[in-house]
Ligand binder design. Structure first.
Ligand SMILES: [Zn+2]
Length: 342
């Protein structure tokens, strides 16, 4: 019996070491099976093998990424956009998503105090009243501590007078932005240029389908994606202004004058150079009237950029393969069900 006890103690120690190696780092938890009372060595070993298998299989499923969508006020149809974003994230199986809605315009912002620090990535779908000083500080603290953030479409219209927010988005438009907000920023001969001429920031022509032009095929968000692809009907933001602290420009598009645009090649998807934070700014995705009538957000290209940006912002990596249904330069691709698994 003494030998059995010694072997049992040794086996238990070995199990804990193996368990720690495979699970603890990944924050996985399994039910420990009590080994006391076992008298048969072969039974102990068989049980250890079983527990190891359970722990290994438990560890193979990565924890979902915790995402928070901020919405509740916008000059856009936020009732549609925040639901579309939630469906895209959750349907991927990679994320679990919460929503934090502000009160309606003019409401008491004291009730809006999201726990940003509980999330791996925050998606800004908000363009409305200023938050409280306390919520501003909590947001800045989250971002400055290296938080993951997505600036989606009209979120870059928000908070024109908040200097630090303008550094977080790099470029913004409307809401009184002008030469005091920073230069215009667009491409000439494939290079970003800064243009300090006076004028309002933020404009767009008529909605239309347009080709996205890839500017970086090495960033985790864009690696493997086609350089050029056809985006579904959407606005194309132009003449945006700001500190222009773009880190990596990922995609641009031509704002053709024939449809009321600036005539310039405009940055549309980029990461922002802001300390330790991982920020992806996606200007695409003007929300439609309903979830069913919402081509800009149904575009597989938009959804892929959102999903890859969210994973990268949360973890610094992208594990998602290039989808088979990604659009080509000539062919649109829509996921009207926002990626719902069949
Ligand atoms: Zn819009």
């Amino acid at each position: 019996m003494g030998k059995v006890k010694a072997l049992f103690r040794y086996s238990k120690l070995a199990f804990y070491k193996i368990y720690s190696y495979f699970c603890i780092k990944r924050k996985q938890y399994i039910t420990l099976i009590t080994l006391t009372g076992m008298k048969n060595i072969s039974k102990i070993l068989a049980l250890l093998a079983m527990v190891l298998l359970v722990s290994l299989s438990g560890c193979s499923q990565p924890e979902p990424i915790k995402a928070l969508i901020i919405s509740g006020q916008n000059n856009h149809n936020w009732q549609v956009s925040h639901q579309a974003i939630r469906q895209i994230l959750d349907n991927s199986g990679l994320f679990v998503t919460d929503i934090a809605l502000t009160p309606a315009a003019g409401g008491d912002m004291n009730s809006f105090q999201p726990q940003f620090e509980n999330y791996d990535v925050v998606v800004m779908d908000y363009n409305g009243d200023r938050w409280t000083e306390q919520t501003d500080k909590a947001f800045l603290n989250y971002v400055q501590q290296g938080g993951g953030l997505i600036i989606y479409h009209a979120a870059d219209n928000a908070f024109a007078g908040w200097e630090e927010f303008n550094r977080i988005i790099a470029l913004g438009g409307w809401e009184g932005r002008n030469e005091k907000s920073g230069p215009y920023c667009y491409l000439e001969n494939g290079e970003l240029v800064l243009d300090h001429r006076p004028g309002n920031g933020g404009s767009h022509g008529q909605q239309r389908e347009y080709v996205m032009h890839g500017r970086n095929n090495e960033h985790p968000i864009t690696q493997g994606l086609p350089t050029n692809w056809m985006h579904a009907q959407d606005e194309i933001y132009d003449s945006m202004r700001g500190p222009a602290n773009i880190k990596h420009l990922l995609y641009s598009g031509l704002a053709e004058t024939s449809t009321g645009g600036s005539g310039r090649e405009e940055p549309l998807v980029f990461t922002v150079d802001y300390g330790k934070a991982r920020i992806s700014h996606i200007m695409l995705g003007h929300a439609g009237a309903t979830l069913e009538d919402n081509p800009a957000m149904q575009c597989t290209g938009f959804q892929t950029l959102l999903l890859r940006s969210a994973e990268w912002a949360a973890t610094g990596k992208v594990t998602q393969p290039v989808p088979d249904d990604f659009p080509t330069e000539q062919t649109l691709s829509l996921r009207k069900d926002y990626g719902k698994k069949k």
